[in-house]
Design a protein. Structure first.
Length: 353
């Protein structure tokens, strides 16, 4: 398809779908009843009587309704299969041509991005969920859970450990009616309608958005941390502020999943070690707290630090040379800040960057 032809096709398709609020309301009303007069449309909608005639004539120009010039004038619905037949063909051809010209943008050029489009925020939420390799932390509304249910189920099936926070708790699906363990490892509910929407994959790739950003309000924004070290801000906020203040547990998977396991969150790691019991070996990739240099620690776990509030969590790993204290992101009191933790039963797991 030549450039001019493609432009013409896009303009034609855009014109057909570029319906205003009144046009959409009138069109759906006529479709529902099959045939109406202008007065009946005004009675059944919030379209002002003086605007009805202009509205239905606009729909007629687009081939969506027929106007029968009687007294009174009748507006007759056109079968959508007929009304959109040419558009379906044009749209299919147009999408194929656009795909052939599409060049995928570089996604890793910016570590942090601010987006204000609802559709863009939803697209990134889906992408973060799909890219998780071993750990997901999510704060979702019931509407978003419904939207991404299949994506979460797919992540859970491929072995990703999923902590799901539902907010507000008052509208969370009833565990008796919804199978939470199909989509997550653990689910909690938190009070409050101001809890942000959050998704964090493997402690790095994350998105933070307000609930208003997913509604029709004007105050819309989302912040994307694309494989950025700053992603720990979102992960840490989720783990210490949101998850620990969620008082209702909706579901938790008590099965003993096999080792070795990978963790981005030291809090989650320590909890699982306490719950599982026994002897463990760890391989930690992180950086030295004092020098900032990259550091790989391997050895036996000899001590665990954990508070019931879940705000303090740490490990001590005995290597061949010394005992090393391991903390989470922005650790200050420990020796090493952990970025990725691998836990095994018999020996330290292998680490592959």
């Amino acid at each position: 398809m030549a450039t001019n032809d493609l432009r013409t096709t896009m303009e034609r398709v855009g014109e057909r779908f570029n319906l205003g609020e009144y046009e959409i309301e009138a069109y759906l009303t006529v479709l529902e009843h099959g045939q109406l007069t202008a007065s009946e449309i005004a009675d059944r909608t919030e379209i002002p009587q003086p605007r009805v005639y202009d509205t239905v004539r606009s729909l007629s120009d687009r081939g969506l309704v027929e106007l029968r010039e009687s007294r009174p004038m009748k507006i007759i619905a056109v079968n959508p299969d007929d009304a959109y037949a040419d558009v379906q063909t044009s749209l299919s051809e147009m999408v194929s041509e656009l795909e052939s010209r599409y060049t995928a943008p570089a996604r890793d050029t910016e570590a942090v991005s601010l987006v204000k489009s609802r559709s863009t925020i939803l697209r990134y939420l889906e992408e973060v969920i799909e890219e998780a390799e071993y750990e997901l932390s999510l704060s979702l509304t019931p509407e978003l859970l419904e939207r991404f249910e299949d994506d979460l189920a797919a992540a859970h099936r491929r072995g990703v450990s999923v902590e799901l926070l539902m907010t507000p708790a008052a509208t969370a699906p009833d565990p008796e009616e919804f199978d939470y363990l199909r989509v997550c490892t653990t689910a909690r509910a938190r009070r409050g309608i101001t809890t942000p929407v959050i998704v964090v994959a493997d402690g790095e790739y994350s998105i933070y958005a307000t609930q208003d950003a997913l509604r029709d309000d004007q105050d819309r924004y989302g912040v994307i941390f694309n494989r950025s070290a700053l992603g720990f801000l979102v992960s840490g906020f989720f783990g210490t502020v949101l998850w620990t203040t969620a008082q209702e547990t909706l579901a938790t998977d008590g099965s003993d999943r096999p080792f070795p396991r990978r963790y981005a969150s030291i809090r989650r790691c320590v909890k699982h070690l306490i719950e599982s019991g026994g002897e463990f070996y760890a391989t930690i990739q992180g950086r030295d707290v004092e020098t900032g240099e990259s550091r790989l620690v391997k050895g036996r776990v000899v001590d665990i630090a954990f508070e019931a509030s879940e705000e303090v969590a740490g490990l001590t790993v005995e290597t061949d040379e010394e005992a090393v204290d391991i903390g989470g992101q922005v650790a200050a009191f420990e020796d090493v800040e952990a970025h990725e933790i691998r836990i095994g039963r018999d020996e330290p797991p292998e680490y592959e960057p």
